[in-house]
Design a protein. Structure first.
Length: 592
């Protein structure tokens, strides 16, 4: 009923009551006047007119007072009605907010029993709101949060304004992650009466946070794969890359299968492929094809390798993988309850193999973020393989060029050309015994082939002169290291290669040439090149002297140990000379 209708009804009732009171007052007053006229008018003569006038006068006063009183009462009543209406509207608005808000608003007493609950609690808990009012808050909490919430409720002073993240167990058993805030309710004397609270379903927020974490994990994995590839100095660390991708994608096994063995031959220096897990390391000659690299987190073995090889053969037998391009994927459900995700390794528009990942079938299909991770990393790996193949081709071109230049020197100075070829073999033997990696050995071999290339600028008559050289002639011979370095700088070689050739006649004590540098200024490559140059030169026949004996060579090394030559290299060279390990370097000379 509207306030206007209520006011009208009250106005009518007040008017009726007002006239009733006036009528009753008029009747009572008339009765009093009649009694007075009959019983009290003993002597004086009171006329009827006077009685009527007195009654009218009294009734005017009484009517005015009653009318004024009821008017004031009506005003007060109208104000009360308006205030009640405003209160009802406010209450309705608050109730509407409570009923329509997605957050659940509730209150509980000190024992945790619900005393109020909003309608949205039915969605949050699965219980009817009336049923919740007969329950305790512990009844809807996940078991592991019972003690936690009780403990937090006891922290009255610290509780207000804090947010607790707890799990609510719905009527059907589903766990809902929830954010709850509690505010203590106290009376005027500060006595605790209970708690008011707001509960909010944070499932979407948790999912968003989880998605962000997955994205961060994905980006970090991409960065780690990129960093691993960029740090590669020799062969690509397939096992390390597979380990990163398996952990990031939730796969328990990763593998790389090469269909074309030639590509792998060009990039793996020791010609071995590794099948890896925590317990086994199996090696196999990579001349066999297909080639397999496996990273296994769960008891990998040779059977896994055979299965992977069979998979590769089957996929290529019907051109399935060869027809795949970048960003293509293939999913295979295996008989062992696993799902296998396959992606091609594309190099120069050609599929040279595949990279694959296994995971249990019950874990579901790969998420899009995982697919992006694996595809991106596969493309990075393909590019790394292509880049290594290109680098290998460039190295081979350099080595071929070095051999051509070395052979061309034969027409100018046969002794120098043969010396360079023998020295190239010697420095590789020493470098390998020293523990250098394949990339260093390759450049060291290059240095050996071209360390005397500067002699092309020295007249042949001086190089082959049988007698002692003059100071001027000796100066021209010494200039060959600088001339050689100048020639090689135009080839854009690594700096350590050019410096090794420039410094191979320098000595630890600074007695060498061309700059007289010493000590730590000499690189390991320059030290190896220098000491091998001395040994090879003393071992070979020259126009102006015969070859030195083994004892003379050993004496030179011992006398120059720690003075002119690196002491560790001297000890290594003495051992190799004693074991006749350099004999293969002079076979060509002997045959000639």
């Amino acid at each position: 009923m509207s306030s206007v209708t209520v006011k009208k009804e009250l106005k009518i009732k007040f008017r009726q009551l007002e006239w009733l009171i006036i009528a009753m007052a008029g009747t009572t007053l008339a009765s009093l006047h009649i009694i007075r006229y009959i019983f009290l008018n003993s002597g004086a003569q009171i006329t009827e007119l006077q009685i009527i006038l007195d009654w009218l006068f009294a009734m005017v006063i009484i009517g005015g007072l009653v009318h004024f009183s009821f008017r004031e009462i009506s005003k007060i009543q109208n104000e009360l009605i308006e205030k009640r209406e405003q209160a009802n509207k406010a209450e309705n608005r608050i109730q509407h907010i409570i009923d329509t808000t997605q957050d659940t608003i509730f209150s509980i007493d000190c024992e945790g029993k619900f005393t109020f609950i909003s309608k949205s609690a039915e969605t949050l808990t699965g219980y009817h709101s009336e049923d919740i009012l007969s329950m305790n808050i512990q009844d809807i909490l996940s078991t592991e949060y019972h003690a936690f919430v009780s403990k937090q409720l006891n922290k009255i002073n610290d509780l207000a304004g804090q947010h607790l993240f707890i799990d609510i167990k719905q009527k059907n058993g589903v766990i809902v992650p929830t954010e709850v805030s509690f505010i203590p309710i106290k009376n005027s004397s500060g006595q605790l009466l209970g708690y008011q609270g707001i509960a909010r379903d944070v499932t979407e927020r948790r999912e968003a946070e989880k998605a962000n974490q997955e994205k961060e994990k994905y980006l970090q994995a991409i960065a780690n794969v990129g960093e691993t590839i960029l740090e590669t100095t020799a062969e690509i660390p397939y096992k390390a890359i597979l380990d990163i991708l398996c952990k990031a994608s939730g796969s328990h096994r990763g593998f790389v299968l090469f269909h074309d063995a030639d590509y792998l031959h060009k990039q793996i220096a020791d010609k071995k492929v590794y099948f890896s897990n925590e317990d086994n390391n199996i090696q196999r000659d990579c001349s066999q094809s297909p080639l397999v690299i496996i990273h296994d987190n769960i008891n990998g073995n040779g059977d896994t390798t055979k299965t992977a090889e069979l998979l590769l053969q089957n996929l290529y037998s019907d051109n399935t993988m060869e027809n795949m391009t970048h960003n293509d994927t293939m999913t295979i459900n295996s008989h062992g309850g696993e799902i296998t995700m396959l992606m091609p390794l594309i190099v120069e528009t050609k599929s040279i193999g595949i990279i694959g990942f296994n995971k249990p079938a019950e874990s579901g299909s790969w998420k899009s973020v995982h697919l992006n991770l694996l595809l991106t990393s596969t493309n990075m790996l393909s590019q790394a393989i292509e880049r290594q193949i290109t680098n290998e081709q460039i190295k081979q071109h350099f080595l071929s060029l070095a051999k051509i230049i070395s052979e061309a020197l034969f027409a100018v100075d046969p002794y120098t050309a043969s010396h360079q070829q023998r020295l190239a073999k010697m420095v590789c033997l020493v470098g390998k015994r020293k523990g250098l990696i394949s990339k260093q050995l390759e450049w060291l071999y290059f240095c050996g082939l071209l360390h005397d290339v500067g002699k092309i600028a020295v007249p042949t008559t001086i190089l082959s002169k049988p007698g002692r050289l003059t100071n001027e002639e000796w100066g021209l011979v010494r200039s060959h290291v600088e001339r050689g370095a100048e020639i090689l700088r135009g080839m854009n070689l690594p700096d350590n290669v050019t410096k090794a050739i420039l410094h191979h006649h320098e000595r630890l004590d600074g007695s060498g040439y061309p700059a007289g540098i010493k000590g730590d200024e000499l690189s390991l490559e320059a030290r190896i090149l220098g000491i091998c140059d001395v040994v090879e030169a003393m071992s070979s026949h020259r126009p102006y002297r015969p070859a030195r004996s083994k004892e003379e060579i050993q004496a030179e090394l011992k006398n120059g140990k720690a003075l002119k030559y690196d002491p560790e290299l001297v000890d290594l060279m003495l051992e190799m000379i004693e074991n006749d390990e350099f004999s293969s370097c002079f076979q060509q000379q002997d045959s000639e």
